[in-house]
Design a protein around this ligand. Structure first.
Ligand code: NDP
Length: 335
């Protein structure tokens, strides 16, 4: 099987030799194990953090170890009673065409009639639950609230805006470039779009939300977070979902901002971070809700699918340049 390995720590941005694709021989699955064929690999910003030296929410990957990611796979050979041959499973697996697993951390994925496998995996595996938990359980907006979202045209952001809209909120999305800003209002249900590459974000937020912002959903960090903190309403809430602008850094680096931390006092803000893995038990409930919205046509989304395991490193890099046009998946095998 072809499999990616963590080869050399990147000094900052992901580099061509950060990961290396190698050919491996797989052993036969033993009693209690399954042989899996990978179908889709989810590219997530956090994958970069696992290759760094910051203190994380989980163990990092060490140089020489296989690269890992959230994967949808099919059971080809089963010697495990919980995972029959032919079933679909998802979990953290090596970036690999085939893998042997003892089933730990894997869950069976039901096929949802009416949804394509890529769409279901792309939305329901990580981005959808993250958007739903982050907005509704951490941000807790009320109908009529103004919600601001950064990286709003990305996998999580495109869903947050629509979920906020479904709950009767007014939404402002911030993204880079005219094309992505166009999608925000035409496809992803945002009331307003701000192009941070061309516009003064604080000024535009002040124009669009003169009374202030109730809920700020942060995916980027740095200057974006500062802009958000500047225009919050008293007693507003700030959801720290991601800080992607800071992930290409090393422990000990002085990373930018937020400088407007003082507004936590001036505006009496509630600021909370979260990690979606902590909500695993409630996944079925979230996925059911999200799937229903998808089937009803109330949740639009874009996937950006690259073909072949050899594209994985370049696919991950796209998240950091903004070259991705939707949720990034790598298709490794036929679905
Ligand atoms: P996206 O599809 O949103 O892709 C990342 C986007 O971030 C890029 O397209 C780009 O959009 C923007 N971006 C990247 N670098 C910068 C930068 N330096 N400044 C401004 N914008 C930047 O990825 P995801 O939806 O997978 O992830 C979005 C965020 O959600 C990440 O921070 C991630 O860590 C977080 N997340 C958190 C989870 C949790 O449990 N807390 C779970 C899943 C994701 P543009 O072109 O608009 O600049």
């Amino acid at each position: 099987t072809r499999r990616w390995y963590f080869n050399r720590k990147p000094s900052r941005d992901l580099e061509a030799d950060t990961l290396q694709l190698r050919e491996d021989r797989l052993p036969e699955p033993q009693q209690g194990e399954v042989l899996l064929r990978s179908i889709y690999l989810s590219m997530d910003a956090t994958n970069r953090l696992w290759l760094g030296d910051w203190d994380l929410y989980m163990d990092p990957i060490r140089e020489g170890e296989p690269m890992k990611g959230f994967t949808l796979a099919e059971v080809m050979v089963s010697r495990h009673p919980g995972f029959p041959k032919g079933s679909l499973v998802a979990g953290l697996l090596p970036w690999s065409e085939f893998a042997i697993s003892d089933g730990s951390g894997l869950s069976i994925v039901p096929r949802i009639p009416g949804l394509k496998l890529a769409d279901a995996f792309g939305v329901l595996a990580i981005a959808g639950p993250t958007a739903l938990v982050g907005l509704m359980e951490i941000g807790r907006p009320k109908a009529g609230d103004t919600v601001v979202v950064t990286a709003a045209a990305g996998a999580v952001g495109m869903l947050v805006g629509q979920i906020a809209r479904i709950h009767g909120c007014r939404t402002i999305g911030i993204a880079g470039g005219a094309e992505k800003c166009g999608w925000l209002t035409s496809e992803f249900g945002y009331d307003h779009a701000i192009d941070y590459k061309r516009e003064n974000v604080v000024e535009r937020l002040r124009q669009l939300a003169p009374q202030g912002v109730d809920v700020h959903f942060e995916n980027v960090g740095g200057e974006m977070l500062d802009a958000g903190l500047t225009v919050m309403k008293d007693f507003g809430s700030v959801v720290i979902c991601g800080l992607i602008s800071t992930y290409n850094s090393n422990a000990g680096d002085r990373i930018p901002g937020p400088y407007m931390f003082r507004n936590l006092i001036m505006r009496r803000l509630r600021v909370q971070g979260f990690v979606i893995l902590d909500y695993a038990e409630r996944y079925p409930e979230y996925q059911q809700q999200l799937a229903q919205w998808m089937l009803e046509g109330r949740l639009n989304f874009r996937l950006d699918v690259t073909q072949g395991i050899d594209t994985a490193l370049d696919a991950l890099k796209m998240l950091y340049t903004g070259a991705n046009k939707g949720k990034v998946l790598v298709q490794i095998g036929a679905d």
